[in-house]
Design a protein around this ligand. Structure first.
Ligand SMILES: NC(=O)c1ccc[n+]([C@@H]2O[C@H](COP(=O)([O-])OP(=O)(O)OC[C@H]3O[C@@H](n4cnc5c(N)ncnc54)[C@H](OP(=O)(O)O)[C@@H]3O)[C@@H](O)[C@H]2O)c1
Length: 329
C-alpha cells in the first residue's frame, strides 16, 4: 500500500494562481506523454507517487492524452484508486476538451455539446465526481466564445468542476474570455500557455493581461519537450520523445538548436544546475508564472525538475547571457 511521504510539504513552494484562493506547486506534472495505454503502468505510477511525495499536488490531463485517446485518464483513474484516494482533497486534478477526441462534428473544438459530453467521459475514465479545473483546450474560431465558456460555467455550476481555465487563447481572446467568464459568475482561474526559453510568445501581451485580470499562468513545455535538457547533447536516445518523431521531430534538433542548447547547458553548469533545472527556474523567474507544467518519462526527471527550486534567482548578467544565446549571439 502506498503511504505518501509525510515530509511532502516541507520543501515544495506554492504560488497563488492570480488573485484566486488556489495555490499551485511551483512545479506541476502533466500526463500528455508516458501515461497512456501504450506505456508501462508501473513506470507511470512510480512517477506520480514520486511527484506527490515531493509536494507536487497538481496533475494535469486532457481528454485525448494517451495514446490511445482517453487512456491517460484511465491510467490516472486506476492509480488514483490504488494510491491516491485517501489524498483526493490534497490534489488539484485538471482536464480539458478542445482538440479532436471522437469522430463526427461533436467530438472536437468548442461546442457546448462536445465540451460537456467530454467532461462527463473524463470523469468516468478517472473515476472522479469532479475535476478541480476544467479547461477549454483551445479557442474555436467558429463557435461563439459565449458558448464554449458557457460550457465551462455550466461545468462549474453543476459541480462537475471547481474552477474554469483556458489554454492557447491569445492575449486579445484572453481579455474577452476573462470578461465573459466573470459576467457569467465563474471567474477564470488560470491560463495554460506554452512558454520556455525557446517559445516566449506570452511575453508579448498575454502575461500582462493575466496580471491585470488576476488570472494565474501555468506554463506548459518549459523544457521545450526535452530539448532544454542534456537529453540530446550526444544524439537522439532511442527512448526519447524525439525518437518517436511525432510531437518533437528529429528535424527540430538541428545544428543551430544544438549549439544554443550547449551554450545554455554551460550557463546552467555555472549556476550549479542541470539545463533542465535552469529551464524550469527560468520560467519561474517571472512572478506572473504560477507553475511550471513539466512532463517526465522517468522518476529521475521528476527529481531533477523539482531540483530547480533550489536556485530560482538569476542575476541580471545571467539573464543577459541567456538572452544573448537565444538571440543566436
Ligand atoms: N494546453 C496545451 O495545449 C498543452 C500542450 C502540451 C502540453 N501540455 C501540458 O504540459 C505538460 C508538459 O508538456 P511537455 O511534456 O511537453 O513538457 P516538457 O517538460 O517541456 O517536456 C517533457 C519531456 O522532456 C524530457 N524531460 C523532462 N524532464 C527532464 C529532465 N529533467 N532531464 C532530461 N529530460 C527531461 C522528457 O522527454 P523524454 O520522454 O525524451 O525523456 C519529458 O517527456 C503536458 O503533460 C500537458 O499536461 C498542454
Amino acid at each position: 500500500m502506498y503511504v505518501a511521504d509525510d515530509k511532502r510539504y516541507d520543501s515544495m513552494q506554492y504560488r497563488r494562481s492570480g488573485r484566486s484562493g488556489i495555490q499551485l506547486p511551483a512545479v506541476s506534472l502533466g500526463l500528455w506523454h508516458n501515461f497512456g495505454g501504450v506505456d508501462n503502468f508501473e513506470d507511470s505510477r512510480a512517477m506520480l507517487r514520486r511527484a506527490f511525495d515531493l509536494g507536487i499536488t497538481h496533475f494535469d490531463l486532457a481528454n485525448n492524452y494517451g495514446p490511445p485517446y482517453g487512456s491517460a485518464e484511465e491510467t490516472f483513474g486506476q492509480i488514483l484508486k490504488k494510491d491516491f484516494l485517501p489524498y483526493r482533497d490534497e490534489l488539484i486534478i485538471s482536464t480539458k476538451a478542445g482538440w479532436d477526441m471522437w469522430p463526427g462534428p461533436y467530438g472536437d473544438l468548442g461546442s457546448r455539446k462536445y465540451m460537456l459530453a467530454s467532461l462527463d467521459q473524463s470523469l468516468k475514465r478517472m473515476g472522479l465526481e469532479y475535476v478541480d479545473i476544467f479547461y477549454h483546450h483551445r479557442p474555436d474560431p467558429d463557435t461563439p466564445m459565449e458558448e464554449s465558456l458557457g460550457a465551462l460555467d455550466t461545468a462549474v455550476h453543476s459541480g462537475r468542476a471547481l474552477y474554469a481555465g483556458i489554454s492557447a487563447y491569445n492575449a486579445k481572446q484572453t481579455a474577452a474570455a476573462v470578461k465573459i467568464l466573470r459576467d457569467l459568475g465563474t471567474p477564470c482561474l488560470i491560463h495554460q500557455p506554452r512558454y520556455s526559453m525557446f517559445v516566449r510568445d506570452p511575453e508579448q501581451g498575454l502575461f500582462d493581461v493575466l496580471e491585470k485580470e488576476g488570472v494565474g499562468a501555468i506554463v506548459f513545455s518549459p523544457l521545450a519537450q526535452g530539448l532544454l535538457s542534456d537529453r540530446y547533447l550526444h544524439g537522439i536516445p532511442s527512448d526519447s520523445r524525439a525518437a518517436r518523431n511525432f510531437f518533437l521531430k528529429k528535424k527540430d534538433i538541428g545544428a543551430a538548436t544544438l549549439a544554443r542548447v550547449r551554450a545554455l547547458n554551460e550557463i546552467a553548469g555555472q549556476r550549479g544546475q542541470t539545463l533542465a533545472e535552469m529551464a524550469v527556474a527560468w520560467v519561474l523567474r517571472d512572478p506572473r508564472v504560477t507553475s511550471a507544467l513539466v512532463g517526465t518519462s522517468k522518476v529521475s526527471q521528476v527529481d531533477d525538475n523539482v531540483g530547480a527550486l533550489k536556485n530560482l534567482k538569476f542575476s541580471a548578467e545571467e539573464l543577459r547571457k541567456i538572452d544573448g544565446v537565444l538571440a543566436g549571439k
